[in-house]
Design a protein around this ligand. Structure first.
Ligand code: UD1
Ligand code: MG
Length: 463
């Protein structure tokens, strides 16, 4: 028998969002809204469990179900279906019916899919209060200057009740302590009360909040941190919760030795790892499974997705990296674009307006200006001059270019792939290379210069 059954209510329609998708599926910092309460619940169970999680689905249930199946195959979620959205108590009935284990858990933790700022610490403080005071149930509450829309906490003795806004008297509406929608209940207590709840209220819905009353050993535990309970009902609240999560992430990085110089202007997703001594300038966007080592400099406006940057490297302003690896002590940008499959070994230099794709550059290779390197391997210490291009695509297929170690490739050269250039070769500027050459070759392929002294005035219209 599990100690804790967690139920996440996710059946509601979310009409106030004014978007097509199901509310739990709206994007938030590279994930979906539902991922956040779910992660908080998983963290809590890991610390305090054993326990299980049930999710109540209703509106757009197939979409949500397939997302959760794909992403949580490893955690054994149970799904309940609420056929009609008749209120939060009705959703709990669906949970108790469809999750065979639910009634056997000692405690039931109820949370909503649209509260992404909850943390395991909040659940833990509910639990310790519950056990310490031998309570039957706790609702997490908070005080707010804008109670509109929330259920009001009406305190009695020893318990309390919750009055929904629509049902509240004018005096009750003035109450600023409100229900957050997060509850911890003794399952026994929940079972003894749930069938007695009716729908005689302004909405005609079955309110879960009616399980609390003024005479029972139940408590509203008031938290100071109003923001952690923010519910996402519209896209402005979604943006606010994104900002709070970003602030938390940046704070955690700063407390671990990362120089986040302008945390409000840097977007850093939760899975991004950054080593100490690294500087993150304003306006960066670091997302996905990105790992940045120690003592790296990321200048303003860099966009880095699912990439790996090794120690001592610098990514200069406004560079764009996606699924790229940057080896130690390398320099990229400003204004460089590293596309998927780019692998830079150590001390590589990529300068401004350079694009790479499926390209491996060995130690100390340099591409300093205005070049395209795609489907290629560039050897150690090789220098590609300004305006170098791998012509890798013939309209149907992609072809590979290999340039050996210690080569010099003059500016404005093109390789019509497939071509292999041996080590220590020299390609003269403005060459179009169509054939492979062996080590230590000199290659020049350009039109011969013709000069006609004095003829320029025929073409120029000088003043
Ligand atoms: C609820 C509380 C209110 C509290 C507020 C906090 C009730 C009756 N009221 O109001 O006291 O202050 O949350 O945000 O509970 N859901 C279902 N099935 C349903 C109805 C809702 O699964 O039939 C889910 C929704 O998807 C949502 C959650 O339950 O995740 C809360 O429902 P919502 O309609 O947003 O309740 P509120 O009116 O916000
Ligand atoms: Mg709500």
């Amino acid at each position: 028998v599990d100690k804790i059954g967690v139920v996440i209510l996710a059946a509601g329609q979310g009409t106030r969002l004014k978007v097509e998708m199901a509310k739990p599926m709206v994007p938030l910092r590279g994930r979906r809204l539902v991922d956040y309460p779910l992660k908080a619940a998983l963290d809590f169970l890991e610390a305090t469990g054993p326990g299980r999680i049930g999710i109540v689905l209703g509106h757009k249930k197939e979409e949500l179900r397939s997302y959760l199946d794909d992403n949580y195959a490893h955690v054994n979620l149970t799904f309940a279906i609420q056929a009609q959205q008749n209120g939060t108590a009705d959703a709990i009935k669906a949970y108790l019916k469809d999750c065979s284990w639910a009634k056997d858990c000692e405690y039931t933790l109820v949370l909503c899919a649209d509260t992404p700022l909850l943390t395991k610490d909040i659940f833990a403080s509910l639990m310790s209060r519950m056990e310490g005071e031998k309570l039957q149930a706790i609702a997490a509450s908070f005080e707010t200057r804008k109670p509109t829309g929330y259920g009001r906490i009406v305190r009695g003795s020893p318990g309390f009740k919750i009055v929904e806004e629509k049902d509240a008297t004018p005096q009750e509406r003035n109450i600023q302590e409100v229900n957050s929608g997060l509850y911890l209940l003794k399952t026994e207590y929940l079972l003894s009360k749930i069938e007695g709840i009716n729908s005689v209220n302004a909405s005609g819905e079955f309110y879960l909040t009616d399980i609390f009353d003024e005479a029972s050993r139940v408590e509203a535990l008031c938290f100071d941190d109003e923001l952690s309970f923010l519910g996402v009902n519209n896209l402005a609240q979604l943006a606010t919760s994104g900002e709070v999560l970003n602030e938390r992430k940046c704070l955690d990085l700063m407390l671990n030795g990362v120089f986040v110089t302008a945390p409000k202007q840097s977007y850093i997703e939760d899975d991004v790892k950054i080593g100490s001594g690294t500087i993150i300038a304003a306006g960066c966007s670091l997302s996905g499974k990105t790992t940045i080592a120690k003592n790296v400099v990321i200048e303003n406006g860099a966009v880095i997705k699912d990439s790996e940057i090794d120690e001592g490297s610098q990514i200069l302003a406004h560079s764009y990296l996606e699924q790229a690896k940057v080896g130690a002590m390398s320099s990229v940008g400003p204004f460089a674009r590293l596309r998927p499959g780019t692998i830079l070994h150590k001390k590589v230099k990529i300068g401004n307006f350079v694009e790479t794709k499926k390209a491996t550059l060995m130690d100390e290779a340099k591409v300093s200006h205005l070049s395209y390197v795609g489907d290629a391997e560039i050897g150690k210490r090789t220098n590609l001059g300004c305006g170098f291009i791998t012509c890798n695509y013939d309209g149907a297929n992609k072809h590979f270019t290999k340039i050996g170690d210690d080569c010099f490739v003059g500016s404005d050269s093109q390789i019509i792939a497939p071509v292999t250039i041996g080590d220590r070769s020299f390609i003269a500027a403005a060459s179009t290379v169509t054939q492979s050459v062996q080590d230590e070759s000199f290659v020049i392929s350009r039109g011969k210069q013709t000069t006609k002294p004095g003829l320029a005035k025929k073409f120029l219209k000088l003043p």
